[in-house]
Every structure is written in structure tokens, then in C-alpha cells.
Ligand binder design. Structure first.
Ligand code: AMP
Ligand code: ZN
Length: 501
């Protein structure tokens, strides 16, 4: 079997994956900040994380995956001067006539539930450990204390800061040296630097609640009442659950320059050893050339796709057709194409399952056996080539269209799906459709009219049923009702984004 190779941002090259322990892999993926809905940009990054986990498992590794939920400390500005996104969302929640004021805790619960629900619909495996920043404050304070004891921190009115000037290899993952990094951060800075900060690259480990202000989320610490910095959260939680050195850490590309760079700095300063061996980053999902994001309000949720009858797993299919490291531009046209391809795949899977159940397994010739083996090998080679899912998908289609016997084809599909996660093992021989009661009522009415030979009325009812998105087919025994293929009726390319906040 080919060896697993992954692109490691830390060394800027594709490398063979060799875990610290030959069988067990420790993997931490940065979780969401839960102040707004999960969108399909998040979906792309977490589908990538899921494919990575499944690929590791496919290669025989036992994976312990940890994911955090950021429910405190992520500021609106990267330079430690903005407002906490959670507190801001709570403050804004009461605005507008019909809107109810929500506490930060209610906001965190509501949006983390929405996020977990989204993962579930996309068939993303639940991480082994899901930890919330607000429940791990003790570990964070402990880590800041260690850094303080080792002389890497300084305290100013605003909080406790990490002195990046004290770490010779600060910023190593960015490929820029200290001076270049400082320069590029200065160029991108939109706000004044916090008073007392020594370097623009220094970052808050602990932010003090300013005099006269009462935050909803704040804790006592040796440096006064306050809250942890966003970066220290991930270092403290990942090392608590996976140890001071572990194998893989992932997130979106936006995390490379600041969040992950600072995680590396503070973790390695604290432990004196390499924090993480492989850093993997997913490219962004764009919409009209811009990053889909909560703050830009140009985002779409699964709910918006469902309104147009697109299935979450067809979105997963769409993401698998491109490399996780590249940016991907979301268009309705590509969504339609993916839904059509996904429908075809599930139809074929159902057919194969039917033919398996209906008869003896055909014995397979040497030639076809070799062919099936070759498909399997090529599939493994593809996913092991830095998770090349688009190539893996083309191998899948090659196998589907080949002349190997249905049983072997079906087995291959299910095997491939252990990595792809398109839900193929759950496909029934007859796809079952849930027909809503109002449609059933119309069907019955139509049936009655037909029995009474009132064909004109029956026809009008059929048209009404079709208008509501279902097709009617008269069979020998009864009527077959099916939803209109989800993608028909779409094609309206008008801009339609979720508005919230
Ligand atoms: P956030 O909740 O904004 O901290 O994001 C959680 C994760 O989703 C991070 O790893 C982000 O990099 C990732 N993410 C956010 N927006 C997008 C996007 N448009 N495309 C891909 N990943 C994204
Ligand atoms: Zn993180």
C-alpha cells in the first residue's frame, strides 16, 4: 500500500506522514467561534478535517481527535484591541423590535448546537473530545503562569502579553523572518497598537477586564479579573488532551500567520519541545471571489441549500471535487452539477445493492479481479497523495463505469466511501421519499376522481401536485409519488445570502 503523504505548512512541502507513536495519532482541529451560524465555508474546512481523519484511519492509524469550541476571547481585531465577538453578539442581540436579548452563554449554546448539527448533516465524524474554552480556564491560567516563570511574558495595563522578541524562531511557519513579519503586520494593521506592547507581533495571553466594566464572561487570575487570549486557548486545550507534543493540527489558511504562529510560539516556549509535527491548512470557500464569512455577511447555510432542495451530502460531493488546499468558488451552477452527480451515484449504489440481493454473486474472472484490485490501489494512492479527493472521485467513477461484477463494484464503493463519507452504505435499494400529508391528501383526491372517471379534475390535481414539487406516475398497482429531482427549479442565480446579526 502506498504511504500517506501530507502537505506540511510548517516545512512548506509534501512529506511522508510518520506519527510520534507508530499506531496512534493525536490530532487537534481548531473549532469555530460560536457567535453566529455555521456556514458552508466552515463546512468545507471541517469536511477536509474529516477526510483527513478518515484517511488516517483507512491507513490503519488509531486517531484521537480533539476539537475546541471558542466561546470566549476571540476578538474582532487580530491585534488584541477589538471587542470579544461573543460579548458583541450578546450586546447586539436585543436590537430590533422582535429580537430577544441573549446572554453570551445562550449565544454560545445556540450557535454551538447549530454547528454540531451542521457537522452531523455533512456526515462528519464527531471528534473524540470536544472542549469549550470557558470550561478550561484553569489550564490556560496554568500555561500563562509557566510562560511567566520562564520569562516570556510582560504585564501591561491591558493584560499579560507574550514577548515574541524572546523567541528566536518566532514566526517560522510563515516563511518570513521576524523583521519581515513585523513589517507585514504593520502594513495590515487597521487599528492603533495597544499601549505598552513591545512588538506588533506580541499577543495577549490574558486580557484584564478594564476598570469600571463588567463582562459577562470573566474569571479571577493572578493578574486580576479578565479572560484568556484566543491563541492560548488552543495551546492549553490541545496539550491538555494530547500531550505537549502531538502529530497533527489543522485549520483554515487564515490561521497560519497569527493564530497558529502564536500557538507554536507559546507552546514551544513553555515546553521547550516541538509542539506539532504536521500543520495542515484548508483553502477558503469563496463567493464571488471573496471569502465567505460571518463578518462579511455573504454566507450561505445548509438551510439555504435545503430551501433549493440541495442535499448536504451533495455539497460534500462538491467539496471533494477540488483540492482542499486550493480556494474554491461557490456557484449555484457547480452545486447543481454536484447534486446531479450525487443523485446518479446514489441511484447506481441502490441498483448495485438490489442486484446483490436478488441473486448469487457472479464468480469473478482473473482479469476482472485484477481490475478491481487496480481500482482499489489507485484510490488509495490518490487519497494518500495529500488527500487528492478529486482524483479519488475519478477513480470511483472509473470503477462504477467498468465491467467488473456488480457485487465487487458495490464492495468497492462502500470501501471508498469509508474515506469519502458520502453516506453510500446507508443507501436503500429503493430510495424512500417522505411525502408530506398535504401531498398525500391530493393524491387520494386524485385517485377518487379517477375512479369516478372525472379525468379533467384528476388532471388539475396532478398539476397542483407537480406545482408543489412532486411527480405522479400511475403504476399497475397504485400511484408512485416522487419529489421532483432536487436540482430542477433551481437556476435562479440571484444573490441570496443569509442575513443575520
Ligand atoms: P471561525 O469560526 O471563523 O473561527 O472559523 C472556524 C474555522 O472555519 C477556521 O478554521 C476557519 O479557517 C474556517 N473557515 C471560516 N470561513 C471559511 C471559508 N470561507 N472557507 C473555508 N474555511 C473557513
Ligand atoms: Zn485554534
Amino acid at each position: 500500500m502506498s504511504k500517506l503523504k501530507l502537505y506540511n505548512t510548517l516545512n512548506r512541502r509534501v512529506e511522508e506522514f510518520k506519527p510520534l507513536n507508530p499506531q496512534n495519532v493525536g490530532y487537534y482541529s481548531c473549532g469555530p467561534t460560536v457567535y453566529d451560524y455555521a456556514h458552508i465555508g466552515h463546512a468545507r474546512t471541517y469536511i477536509f478535517a474529516d477526510i483527513l481523519q478518515r484517511t488516517l484511519e483507512f491507513n490503519g492509524f488509531k486517531v484521537k481527535r480533539v476539537m475546541n469550541i471558542t466561546d470566549v476571547g476571540h476578538l474582532t481585531s487580530d491585534s488584541d484591541t477589538g471587542e470579544d465577538k461573543m460579548e458583541l453578539a450578546s450586546r447586539r442581540s436585543g436590537k430590533g423590535a422582535s429580537r430577544e436579548k441573549k446572554t453570551v452563554w445562550e449565544i454560545a449554546k445556540f450557535y454551538s448546537d447549530d454547528f454540531m448539527h451542521t457537522l452531523n448533516k455533512l456526515n462528519i465524524k464527531k471528534p473524540d473530545i470536544i472542549c469549550r474554552a470557558t470550561e478550561e480556564i484553569k489550564a490556560m491560567i496554568g500555561l500563562v503562569k509557566t510562560l511567566e516563570d520562564k520569562g516570556f511574558t510582560y504585564e501591561i495595563e491591558d493584560g499579560v502579553y507574550f514577548d515574541t522578541g524572546k523567541l528566536p524562531d518566532y514566526g517560522k511557519m510563515t516563511g518570513q523572518n521576524f523583521q519581515e513579519l513585523k513589517k507585514s503586520l504593520r502594513a495590515g494593521a487597521r487599528v492603533e497598537m495597544t499601549v505598552g506592547k513591545k512588538n506588533i507581533t506580541d499577543f495577549a495571553l490574558w486580557k484584564k477586564t478594564p476598570e469600571g466594566i463588567k463582562r459577562q464572561m470573566e474569571w479571577d487570575s493572578p493578574w486580576g479579573k479578565g479572560f484568556p487570549g484566543w491563541h492560548i486557548e488552543c495551546s492549553a486545550m490541545s496539550m491538555k488532551y494530547l500531550g505537549p507534543a502531538f502529530d497533527i493540527h489543522s485549520g483554515g489558511v487564515d490561521h497560519i500567520k497569527i493564530h497558529h504562529t502564536n500557538e507554536i510560539a507559546q507552546s514551544e516556549a513553555a515546553t521547550g519541545q516541538q509542539f506539532v509535527r504536521y500543520w495542515l491548512h484548508a483553502g477558503h470557500l469563496l463567493v464571488e471571489g471573496e471569502k465567505m464569512s460571518k463578518s462579511k455577511k455573504n454566507f450561505l447555510r445548509l438551510k439555504n441549500l435545503a430551501e433549493r432542495k440541495f442535499l448536504p451530502l451533495a455539497l460534500r460531493y462538491l467539496f471533494l471535487t477540488s483540492s482542499y488546499r486550493q480556494q474554491q468558488n461557490f456557484t449555484w451552477k457547480s452545486m447543481i452539477a454536484s447534486q446531479i452527480a450525487y443523485d446518479e451515484l446514489t441511484d447506481i449504489t441502490a441498483q448495485l445493492k438490489r442486484s446483490m440481493q436478488s441473486g448469487e454473486r457472479v464468480s469473478i474472472s482473473e482479469e476482472k479481479l485484477n481490475k478491481a484490485d487496480a481500482f482499489r490501489e489507485e484510490f488509495v494512492e490518490s487519497i494518500n497523495e495529500d488527500l487528492n479527493t478529486s482524483r479519488a472521485m475519478s477513480v470511483l467513477w472509473k470503477a462504477v463505469k467498468s465491467n467488473i461484477p456488480p457485487g465487487d463494484k458495490y464492495d468497492l464503493l462502500l470501501l471508498f466511501d469509508e474515506v469519502l463519507g458520502l453516506g453510500l452504505s446507508g443507501i436503500e435499494t429503493e430510495k424512500e421519499y417522505q411525502v408530506p400529508p398535504n401531498i398525500l391528501e391530493l393524491i387520494n383526491k386524485r385517485e377518487t376522481m379517477r375512479l369516478q372517471k372525472k379525468y379533467e379534475v384528476a388532471d388539475r390535481i396532478r398539476k397542483e401536485i407537480e406545482k408543489q414539487g412532486y411527480t405522479v406516475e400511475d403504476m399497475e398497482k397504485g400511484t408512485k409519488v416522487m419529489p421532483v429531482k432536487p436540482y430542477t427549479g433551481v437556476g435562479n442565480e440571484k444573490k441570496e445570502f443569509e442575513k443575520s446579526g
